[in-house]
Design a protein around this ligand. Structure first.
Ligand SMILES: NC(=O)c1ccc[n+]([C@@H]2O[C@H](COP(=O)([O-])OP(=O)(O)OC[C@H]3O[C@@H](n4cnc5c(N)ncnc54)[C@H](O)[C@@H]3O)[C@@H](O)[C@H]2O)c1
Length: 251
């Protein structure tokens, strides 16, 4: 897809990977709908994008009514939607069960499980469904990118997150099959550990240990992920596949 004047919605674009993807796609002429639960962060990213018809939107992607209203608004503000990057995601890490010295157990709470599933998985489904409807209505070509993770293969302490990320990669395969007749492609991106606020929250000793395990011996940059998403947009024969950008690490 040639990106000049194409309209691309990116969730969780108020910072981190989402903001980097917004900058990368905007630099080649796309108009960006910068979507985030944090209205101020979204507005600041959109105003820094400068040129073109980029705008910011506040939305909690886990809420069906908010998502449906958002995509209606996007149809009003942009003539057609050509892309969606389902990037918003959270972690709430904990071991599923951890025996304590006193015989009790610390566990991953249902709330920790549900929050991650609601945002990472249900949010991706809700935005993907609304975007697909919108793209079909406008009759143009489109691409949906689900941001998965290297953790989709399973990562200790991340029952909730790994399950959600495996699921969004599977959704990209399903959507590639279901939406191809309408000219819509679907892909997933599985970043390795990338230098954003999400990773900055890790304990420094854990982060140092982790970097030693990565064959590339460093974290990825958000820009390296953003360039991969741009490649997905620009290559029209890519669909139904995951691209892992992880410096060679296997969990
Ligand atoms: N950083 C990494 O190492 C890494 C690795 C693999 C995958 N990922 C994935 O990449 C994506 C982006 O990660 P990041 O590191 O930039 O994270 P981040 O925490 O820096 O940014 C996430 C953004 O999503 C927004 N957000 C959170 N909940 C939301 C909701 N309910 N509705 C709308 N917006 C919401 C936040 O406000 C924030 O701006 C996530 O899906 C993450 O799981 C990140």
């Amino acid at each position: 897809m040639e990106l000049t004047n194409k309209n691309i919605a990116i969730t969780g674009a108020g910072r981190g990977l989402g903001a980097a993807i917004a900058r990368e796609l905007c630099a080649v002429g796309a108009n960006i709908a910068v979507i985030d639960i944090d209205a101020e962060a979204a507005a600041s990213v959109a105003s820094d994008l400068g040129t073109g018809n980029s705008r910011s939107y506040a939305c909690d992607i886990s809420r069906e009514q908010e998502v449906n209203a958002l995509f209606k608004q996007l149809e009003h503000d942009f003539d057609a939607l050509h892309g969606l990057v389902n990037n918003a995601g959270i972690t709430r890490d904990a071991l599923m069960v951890k025996p304590q010295k006193d015989g009790s157990f610390k566990t991953m709470s249902l709330q920790q499980w549900q929050q991650v599933i609601d945002i990472n998985l249900t949010g991706t489904f809700l935005c993907g469904r609304a975007a697909a409807e919108s793209m079909i209505r406008s009759g143009g070509q489109g691409l949906i990118v689900n941001v998965s993770s290297i953790s989709r293969h399973g990562n200790r302490g991340q029952s909730n997150y790994s399950a959600s990320k495996a699921a969004v990669a599977a959704l990209a395969v399903v959507w590639a099959q279901e939406l191809a007749p309408y000219g819509i492609r679907s892909m997933s991106l599985s970043p390795g550990f990338t230098a954003t606020e999400m990773v900055a929250n890790m304990r420094p000793d854990a982060l140092e240990k982790l970097q030693k395990l990565i064959p590339a011996q460093r974290l990825a940059t958000p820009e390296e992920m953003a360039r991969t998403v741009r490649f997905m947009f620009e290559n029209d024969y890519l669909s139904g596949r995951d691209i892992g950008v992880d410096g060679g690490l296997r969990l």
